[in-house]
Design a protein around this ligand. Structure first.
Ligand code: 13P
Ligand code: SF4
Length: 326
């Protein structure tokens, strides 16, 4: 339920939604009040799937910039707005398209796999896109006679290599927030709560992933927690996800890493469980972007055309049953 102080804004947003025939898509890391007005809340894969099938005229994308671009690639004729155009991503920043093109030129046999956390210009240079929810499946389906190049997250790439046994050249990018999680913090939480299941996002460091009961995307974390008989979970990803977890599993306890009260380490001012980019969006900015139909995502026609194929390839492979994925 939306807290009272947000009700007037939520009402305005619902009225605008009707008037514009808009759909509001929100990532699992958005603040609770944004999640509560959204038509769909999910991970990057779920959001891309929703964007691909919407019949709304306006897409209000509450996430970060590359996600709104993805919606535009899939819907070139629709209006796509986002609450804050400066909501970027350290992974996107780490991989400028001209740098990638230079590396690709060194090996014509590269098959380039891009994590969805990259710019539209980078997507346009790639063969296929992945999210953390389908990366393993998509890498397994990559052609056997090509040299795999994975951009821009080296931690996700490393994890996918471990899962698939496929060697890949990895771009040296990372999520500035997930690499802050430390092994000692998770070990301390395990010691304090031996009954808790440890859920880790694959953007985290290997030393942290090794301690996990499950390494998975944000959506799969929610599915796992719902299905698990366990009553307590330590969540090693962005804290926004706790809102859905608590809502959908009211009888379970979710502890956001680092679990401050169990730490023997200095924790003052540690914000590693918050993505500053995801947290740039506010409910007020959601209302304003709907009112003004701005900021709006605009992309060059050529970029849309080139980026569409790897996006569609991802959606096609994702939809196939596992045994047919290859
Ligand atoms: P998923 O929600 O797809 O797991 O991605 C996490 C993330 O960091 C998005 O930026
Ligand atoms: Fe990018 Fe990391 Fe923020 Fe996700 S959590 S949007 S990967 S900076």
């Amino acid at each position: 339920m939306t807290p009272e102080r947000f009700e007037p804004l939520a009402k305005e947003i619902f009225a605008l939604k009707k008037q514009l025939n808009a759909v509001i898509l929100a990532h699992n890391y958005q603040v609770p009040e944004i999640q509560d007005v959204a038509d769909f809340v999910g991970d990057s894969l779920g959001l891309a799937q929703q964007a691909a099938q919407t019949d709304a005229d306006v897409i209000v994308f509450c996430g970060v910039h590359f996600m709104a671009e993805t919606a535009k690639i899939l819907n070139p004729n629709k209006i796509v707005v986002l609450p804050d155009k400066d909501a970027g991503c350290s992974l996107e920043e780490s991989c400028p398209a001209p740098e990638l093109a230079k590396l690709q030129a060194t090996n014509p046999n590269f098959w380039t796999i891009a994590y969805i956390n990259c710019s539209a210009a980078v997507k346009a240079l790639c063969d296929v896109i992945v999210t953390s929810g389908n990366a393993e499946k998509i890498v397994n389906a990559a052609p056997n006679d090509r040299d795999l190049l994975f951009v821009p997250d080296e931690n996700l790439g490393q994890w996918v290599m471990e899962q698939t046994g496929r060697p890949m050249t990895l771009w040296k990018g990372n999520c500035y927030a997930h690499v802050e999680f430390q092994r000692e913090q998770v070990l301390a939480a395990k010691e304090q709560f031996p009954d808790a299941k440890i859920m880790v996002h694959p953007e985290s460091l290997r030393a942290v992933r090794e301690l996990a009961d499950s390494v998975c995307s944000t959506e799969k974390m929610i599915t796992y927690c719902k299905a698990s008989p366990a009553k307590r979970f330590v969540i090693v990803t962005e804290s926004g996800i706790l809102h859905r977890m608590q809502k959908e599993c009211p009888d379970k306890e979710f502890l956001c890493a680092p679990v401050f009260n169990v730490m023997k380490l200095p924790t003052d001012g540690c914000r590693c469980s918050e993505c500053k980019f995801m947290k740039m969006n506010t409910l007020e900015k959601v209302r304003d972007c709907m009112k003004n139909l701005a900021p709006r995502v605009e992309l060059p026609e050529q970029v849309i055309q080139r980026a569409r194929r790897p996006m569609e390839r991802m959606l096609e492979i994702s939809a196939k049953p596992i045994e047919n994925a290859g």
